[in-house]
Design a protein around this ligand. Structure first.
Ligand code: PEP
Ligand code: MN
Length: 360
């Protein structure tokens, strides 16, 4: 990787690289597996070794982690390789054990961030620690829950905080295991500009082939690091087998990723950028005007629907519009996913506005 950018405070204080690369298996399975992977990651860009020892599994009866015995294995990782260690904590007992056993980084998983009770319990147990604590986004795309989790930790006087974006679950099947919804991560970054934001492409993609592109997208958005699940025998991993990469593949990914500079003072770049930004501002204005016009027309339709006592939702017409827009979108290099999102939102707003008219 090249073009290292300015580091965040704890990255600097802890002597960590930027972008921070966290590698290691989804789960610690055996002492031998943990140490083997760690030794293969030792002389790479990875500075933090992850391994889940308490695993939150969606369905019972699956491998739920080796538990506290894994803490000793992580200690050995640190002694033998010098890598910092990281594991997930999901209640006060986990926190106590992880702190007593000198785990360097504790992360809070997506299934914990969703629960204010659990977040509060973890925050109370961590009170005043100078360990690094990383908060994954909640499973569902709820910005306030993520912010709330961070606020509880702030209030508990935890200074070395960071965020992990691991995508959000959806009922609809998509190509992602958890859709990225980058704008939510960007909003959280804007709200807490001093907290490093790390991307977890493994849980976003769910498939190892998707890790490179998701990682590059994150770096293009100035994320501060990556957490990538790494296993010497990914296909036989005891959890998340499809999304883990070998240490060799991790090194390739790191070499191929481009780290962008946050900004540069170069005059030509600045001029070109402000020119293009000015164009974008004009285009955005036009978009808004057009949306305003569309809604005005929808309201007029609402008025005639009301006068004729016709239902607001006309499914056939709506499906025709969508089909046409998807085709026309393709000609303009706009993905089907994008067209669907935009037009569903536009359609919903039209329905809301028409409903107001009909019920007035
Ligand atoms: C994990 O990191 O292995 C994990 C369980 O992640 P998440 O909380 O993002 O599902
Ligand atoms: Mn996992």
């Amino acid at each position: 990787m090249e073009n290292k950018k300015e580091m965040r405070q704890w990255l600097t204080d802890f002597g960590l690289d930027h972008p921070l690369v966290i590698g290691g298996p989804c789960s610690a399975e055996t002492e031998e597996q943990v140490l083997k992977i760690a030794h293969e990651l030792k002389d790479t860009d990875v500075t933090v070794y992850r391994a889940g020892i308490w695993k939150p599994r969606t369905r019972p009866g699956m491998f739920e982690g080796v538990g506290a015995i894994g803490l000793g294995w992580l200690k050995k990782v640190k002694e033998e390789t010098g890598l910092l260690t990281a594991t997930e904590v999901a209640n006060k007992d986990h926190v106590k054990l992880a702190l007593d056993n000198d785990v360097d980084i504790l992360w809070i998983g997506a299934r914990s961030t969703v629960s204010p009770f659990i977040m509060q319990e973890i925050a109370d147990a961590l009170k005043g620690t100078d360990k690094i604590v990383l908060v994954k986004n909640p499973v569902n795309p709820d910005l306030a829950l993520w912010l709330g989790g961070v606020e509880r930790l702030h209030t508990a006087n935890i200074k070395n905080l960071g965020l992990i974006h691991r995508g959000f679950s959806t009922y609809e099947k998509t190509k992602y295991r958890n859709i990225p919804e980058w704008q939510i991560a960007i909003e959280v970054k804007n709200k807490f500009p001093d907290l490093p934001m790390i991307c977890d492409p493994s849980h976003i993609g769910g498939k190892r082939d998707m890790i490179f592109d998701i990682s590059q997208a994150a770096l293009d958005l100035n994320f501060d690091g990556l957490m990538i699940e790494t296993h010497t025998d990914p296909d036989n991993a005891w959890s998340d087998a499809a999304q883990q990469v070998t240490p060799i593949r991790l090194v390739e990914i790191m070499n191929d990723l481009k780290v962008r500079k946050v900004t540069t003072d170069q005059e030509a770049y600045q001029n070109a950028l402000s020119n293009l930004r000015a164009q974008i501002d004009v285009i955005d204005q036009t978009l808004l005007d057009t949306l305003g016009k569309r809604m005005k027309t929808a309201v007029e339709i609402g008025t005639i629907k009301k006068d004729n006592n016709v239902a607001v939702l006309q499914n056939k017409r709506w499906n025709e519009i969508l089909g046409k827009m998807i085709l026309e979108g393709q000609e303009r290099n706009l993905s089907e996913e994008f067209i669907l999102r935009v037009f569903k939102a536009v359609h919903q707003e039209s329905i809301n506005q028409q409903e107001k008219i009909i019920n007035s």
